[in-house]
Design a protein around this ligand. Structure first.
Ligand code: AMP
Length: 450
């Protein structure tokens, strides 16, 4: 017994950390997240999109049926488990399937069409963790469901582009577009691709060999060098597009020209999800290419039906927020942070603390960002803390000040301090900070319905 105890003590407790590929978002990183979310919300509002949040956990069939059984995501990357009731559940690996499931479930067909929705959500894929590839990552995405028109595809690209411009990264990204036709024309193309690879199996990577059986179109965007060489020689979809497909594609290109959005036509772009039809597009890192696409999307005219609704067209895109932040940092983009604090309140004694709590409330209500040392630290320790916050001013209240109804205002940069009457201290601080710097943001007033 005692031996066991000794050996247990000798084992160092395992450091508890986040799992590989899953990260905390610390405050500094949140400055970027907050700013991106603001830009996304603004651009969404401007174009009449409403926000939707679908659950992180869905029945697995939502993704099996939409993304496609044979895709990498469904075959290798989903976090799938049985819940206690024996149902197969999955952490959402992407956003569109859930939004379309919600469209069907909540009868959005009855809303004025098209229904325009956007989301900002975390997603989960059991990817191999590496730079820009995580197991939990954030995406924002836009969906337009209920109408089929090339102008709607272009509307999606236009919004993504606006957001990239707002964030200062548009010139680092290249828009790649393709048209993969209707399921009918694609079926003919798939057959041609299968025929093309007959006898060339030995030159393919292991993944592509498997894909040849399950999802031959994915051979076209394999990243292995030998596979890429073959893909260049493979038949091009252009030959298999119907007149209708061509018309659709030409209009997409004309509308992009009209909006002066630059693009590159990429015959090999197919995207990793089965539900796409007609237009597909991605935003590539101009320097390194598709491996690090920042976002992508396309038309998914069969998806609503696949998930149990009536035949209804749709189009949309999603963008990876971590990859976006990477580009912002590479481009030296600084985002405004509103986290700086104006005033630190230091105090000594319970009576002073009591007065401080009230003073802090008055300052905050007036828009002065205020922190206080409400623990038991000495004045020296509190002043150190004030330095750490980098505040321009500290208010000090000790036993004498409480007795005399005064507060000391200390200018931290100059090291000068003066006494101010308690009743005047809030307005005195406002004068020092400047009205224009106050944090008076209001989310809007709530109203009570009669
Ligand atoms: P997809 O639906 O796979 O085209 O993903 C859309 C965007 O989400 C990509 O362009 C990336 O920016 C981002 N993304 C996808 N998978 C990951 C991942 N494992 N880690 C980080 N970002 C990702």
């Amino acid at each position: 017994m005692s031996d066991d105890n000794t050996s247990e003590k000798a084992v160092k407790p395992r450091k508890i950390q986040t799992p590989p590929g899953i990260h905390d978002i610390l405050p500094k990183e949140h400055d970027y997240f907050t700013f991106i979310k603001k830009v996304v919300r603004h651009r969404a509002r401007q174009s009449g999109f409403r926000r939707i949040s679908t659950p992180i956990l869905e029945f697995t069939e939502v993704f099996d049926r939409s993304i496609g059984d044979s895709t990498d995501i469904v075959q290798k990357e989903m976090y799938t488990f049985e819940d206690r009731g024996g149902r197969s559940m999955t952490l959402k690996p992407e956003g569109t399937a859930g939004v379309v499931r919600a469209y069907v479930q909540h009868g959005m067909k009855e809303f004025p069409q098209p229904v325009e929705l956007y989301y900002i959500e975390p997603h989960f894929r059991y990817d191999r963790p590496q730079k820009g590839r995580y197991r939990q990552f954030w995406q924002f995405g836009f969906e337009i469901i209920g109408e089929s028109d090339p102008a709607l595809d272009v509307q999606c690209i236009y919004i993504a582009n606006k957001i990239f411009e707002d964030l200062g990264v548009a010139n680092r990204l290249t828009l790649q577009i393709n048209n993969i036709g209707s399921p009918k024309s694609r079926a003919k193309y798939v057959e041609a691709i299968e025929n093309f690879y007959v006898g060339k199996e030995r030159s393919l990577c292991e993944n592509c060999l498997a894909r040849l059986e399950t999802n031959p179109l994915r051979l076209l965007d394999c990243k292995e060098e030998d596979c890429q060489i073959l893909a260049q020689l493979a038949p091009k979809f252009e030959q298999f597009r119907s007149e209708e497909d061509n018309h659709f594609h030409n209009l997409v290109k004309e509308f992009l020209d009209e909006l002066e959005i630059k693009f590159v036509e990429n015959e090999q772009l197919v995207r990793g999800l089965d539900y796409y039809t007609q237009t597909v597009f991605e935003f590539w890192d101009s320097e390194t290419g598709s491996q690090n696409a920042v976002g992508g999307g396309g038309r998914y005219d069969g998806l609503v039906e696949e998930l149990g609704g009536e035949s209804t067209p749709g189009t949309g895109f999603s963008v990876g927020i971590e990859r976006l932040i990477y580009h912002m940092k590479q481009a030296n983009i600084q985002v405004p942070s509103k986290d700086n604090v104006h005033v630190f309140v230091a105090q000594l004694g319970d009576l002073a603390k009591k007065k401080c709590l009230r003073l802090m409330d008055q300052l905050r209500e007036r828009g002065v960002k205020t922190v206080g040392a409400l623990g038991k630290g000495s004045m020296k320790a509190q002043m150190k803390l004030a330095d750490k916050f980098g505040v321009p001013y500290t208010l000090i209240m000790g036993i004498t000040e409480v007795r005399e109804g005064t507060v000391i205002i200390r200018d931290m940069a100059k090291g000068q301090q003066r006494f101010v009457k308690m009743e005047q201290v809030v307005e005195e601080v406002v004068k020092l900070i400047g009205e224009e710097n106050l944090d008076l943001y209001s989310p809007g007033e709530v109203t009570v319905m009669p």
